[in-house]
Design a protein around this ligand. Structure first.
Ligand code: NAP
Length: 457
């Protein structure tokens, strides 16, 4: 695509997780003359890679090196510690830039909406994940690991991440980049039993096989499944046999290995039980969580259209700690529209739309905030390319006027006396974190406060 003479396309990207960087990369690769500003609320980049990917999955976090190369491209400027909607308004960005792309991910957790969800001891996944990953927003949260039993509701990979953090020994966790402040609390962990509870069956579980397999390899843990859960009805068997349903088949092989552990009662080992077909009904307790009531259910209907039918049989499991890991949801922005229930930004083919479905020209979305939380990190690269393809299709709409872009933004920030963080500033923070980590034998020791990061520069 050729740009008109002297035309520099000014793009603001809101959010510096993988999707934000991949949008920048696709724009750079498009060959048009572009100036890209990536705006980030925190002083540090990488979003989900830094604060969502499990701290014991450092290999996955190494994708940040690819993102660094994008940030250092001459057409790209990273500006951290800038909150859109507070330090700079969306309407101002729309005046300064030809287009604004939202790549703000899914920072929040979906809730169950059942009684007792606000009892002490019940935590949404994002709170715990944010806390153990050192996210500044979650450092005042407190978790009591002095109980014998914890329950994790939900059968997705976030639930497995949480399960590993609860069951790994403190020495194993010390090798991760969990901040020392969280390790200190986790060193008091007394949990012996973890129930990983899903509302549907093994064929419908959303775990990926690698993560499910890893669970069975944890030191001093016994992962078990009651064999009754693996006796499949006709429709579930059909779902399992469906050629495209490789995930369920591979998972089923792993599940089978866990039924062999069902009878093992080695008191020295932590017990992880994967339970199915239990719908959460209520959290019980007086201020503090004491137990969770589930209703047993079964699936009825044809393959891939089965619905959960409740049995009226209730099961109460005592526990003092629970995590709800039942999906994620996006952040809301004043003046923009969200689709329920995931609260993705309302969009048609990446173009944001208003509540009448009309396109809001110049506004786009990419990544989880566009399509919901699914896929792996690489999926966001394709998603970002797709968004940029739509932007390039619309380029003629914007090519007839110039935009102040980054320079205009910098002027406003100067007048407002806002201390933004550049990518070079971030590299100073990064180097300090790595150096502190090396002294502790871990990949990095994160700053867990914004002020701590800002004090470095
Ligand atoms: P998820 O994969 O969508 O799993 C959510 C789970 O919550 C499902 O089992 C779902 O059951 C259950 N659920 C939803 N509503 C419920 C309700 N009202 N009551 C009971 N259960 C309910 O979500 P996630 O675990 O948050 O993961 C989000 C994304 O991040 C996924 O793409 C995941 O693969 C990715 N991720 C990847 C990794 C990794 O690669 N290592 C790590 C973490 C996260 P139903 O199926 O019945 O709806």
């Amino acid at each position: 695509m050729k740009s008109a003479n002297n035309f520099t396309f000014q793009v603001a990207i809101v959010g510096s997780g993988p999707s934000g960087f991949y949008v920048a990369e696709a724009l750079v690769n498009s060959g048009i003359s572009t100036e890209i500003t990536i705006l980030e609320r925190l002083p540090c980049p990488y979003g989900l890679v830094r604060y969502g990917v499990a701290p014991d999955h450092q290999k996955l976090k190494s994708v940040s090196h690819t993102l660094d190369a994008i940030a250092e491209h001459p057409s790209v400027t990273f500006l951290g510690n800038l909150e859109v909607g507070k330090d700079i308004q969306i309407s101002e960005l729309m005046e300064l830039y030809h287009v604004v792309v939202f790549t703000t991910g899914m920072p929040g957790s979906s809730l169950l909406g059942i009684n007792g969800e606000n009892l002490i001891g019940v935590h949404p996944s994002s709170t715990f994940v944010g806390w153990y990953n050192g996210h500044p927003d979650y450092q005042t949260q407190s978790f009591d690991f002095g109980h014998d039993t914890a329950i994790i509701i939900g059968h997705g990979n976030v639930a497995i991440d949480i399960c590993r953090v609860l069951t790994k020994s403190i020495d194993e966790l010390r090798k991760s980049d969990i901040p020392d402040s969280a390790l200190e609390v986790l060193s008091e962990n007394k949990i012996k039993n973890v129930h990983l509870i899903g509302r549907r069956g093994p064929v419908q579980a959303k775990f990926t096989t690698k993560e499910l397999h890893e669970l069975g390899k944890l030191e001093n843990c016994n992962v078990s499944i009651n064999p009754k859960f693996l006796k499949l009805g006709t429709a579930c068997q059909q779902e399992l046999d469906e050629i495209s349903n490789q995930l369920a088949r591979k998972n089923h092989v792993i599940f089978q290995t866990y039924i062999n552990n069902f009878k093992e009662k080695n008191a020295d080992k932590k017990q992880i039980a994967i339970d199915f077909m239990l719908k959460p009904k209520a959290f019980k307790g007086d201020k503090k969580l004491q137990s969770i009531i589930f209703e047993e259910s079964h699936l009825e209907g044809t393959a891939f259209k089965q619905i959960s039918v409740l049995s009226n049989r209730l099961l109460e499991i005592s526990c003092g700690l629970a995590f709800t890991s039942v999906g994620l949801k996006g952040a809301k922005f004043d003046g923009l529209f969200n689709d329920s229930p995931k609260e993705t930004l309302s969009n048609v083919n990446s173009r944001l739309v208003n509540d009448h479905g009309d396109i809001i020209y110049g506004m786009y979305a990419a990544g989880w905030v566009k399509r919901g939380p699914n896929g792996v990190i690489g999926t966001n690269r394709e998603c970002a390319q797709d968004t940029v393809d739509r932007i390039l299709e619309d380029l003629t709409i914007f090519a007839d006027h110039s935009a102040l872009g980054r320079n205009g933004l910098m002027s406003i920030l100067k007048v407002r006396n806002i201390q933004y963080v550049t990518f070079d500033d971030w590299k100073i923070i990064d180097a300090i974190e790595i150096e502190k980590g090396q002294k502790l034998g871990k990949p990095r020791e994160k700053f867990t406060s914004v002020s701590g990061m800002l004090a470095c520069i």
